[in-house]
Write a protein that binds this ligand. Sequence first.
Ligand code: RTP
Ligand code: MG
Length: 172
Amino acid sequence: MIQEHVSVTLIINKTQKLDKLITMEREFVMLKPDAVQRGLIGTLINRLERTGLKIIGMKFLKVTKEMAEKHYEVHKARPFYAKLVEYITSAPTVAMVIEGPNAVAITRKIVGATHPADAAPGTIRGDFGIDIGRNLIHASDSVENAKMEIGIYFKEEELIDWTPTLAPWFTE
Ligand code: RTP
Ligand code: MG
C-alpha cells in the first residue's frame, strides 16, 4: 500500500515538472520611441520585472527601416503601416527578451489592449497612453512570433542563461 502511494506521488511530481517545461516561454518586448522620449524606461521595465519573469536580453537601439519592415511585415497591407514604420524608427527603443512560464500571456496582460482607450487601468497602455499610434510598448502575440522577432533584434549568444536567486519565491 505504501509502495503504491509513493508511485502516485512520483507520477504527480513528474507531470507537474512536465507542465512547467511546456509552459516555459520566451517573449519579445520593445519599449517604443515614445516611452524612451517620455523617460518611462525604468517605470515600464519595473512593471514587467516585478512579476518575476526573467529578463534574459536587453539592448538600447534605434530600429532601422529594414528591421521595422521585417518586424511589421504582417501589417504591410494595413493603412497604418507606413506611419507605424515611421514611428518605430523615429527615436531609440529598448528591446528585451523575457523568459518564464506563460511569459507571452502575462506580458500581454500587463501591456494591455492595443488602443489605450480600450486598455484596462493598471495596464501600461491604460495607465500611460491616449493614442493607438503612441501606445508605448510592443509585446509579441505568440511564442512563434516572439521567436521570429527575437531573431530580428538579438543573436542567440546575446541571450543570457541565468538563475535568479529569488526564483523559488516566484515559482514552486
Ligand atoms: P504590438 O504588436 O505593438 O504589441 O501591438 P498589438 O499586438 O496590441 O497590436 P497590433 O495589431 O499588432 O498592431 C501593431 C501596432 O500597430 C499600431 N496600430 N495602429 N492606427 C491604427 O489603427 C493602428 N492599429 C495598430 C499600434 O502601434 C500597434 O501597437
Ligand atoms: Mg502585435
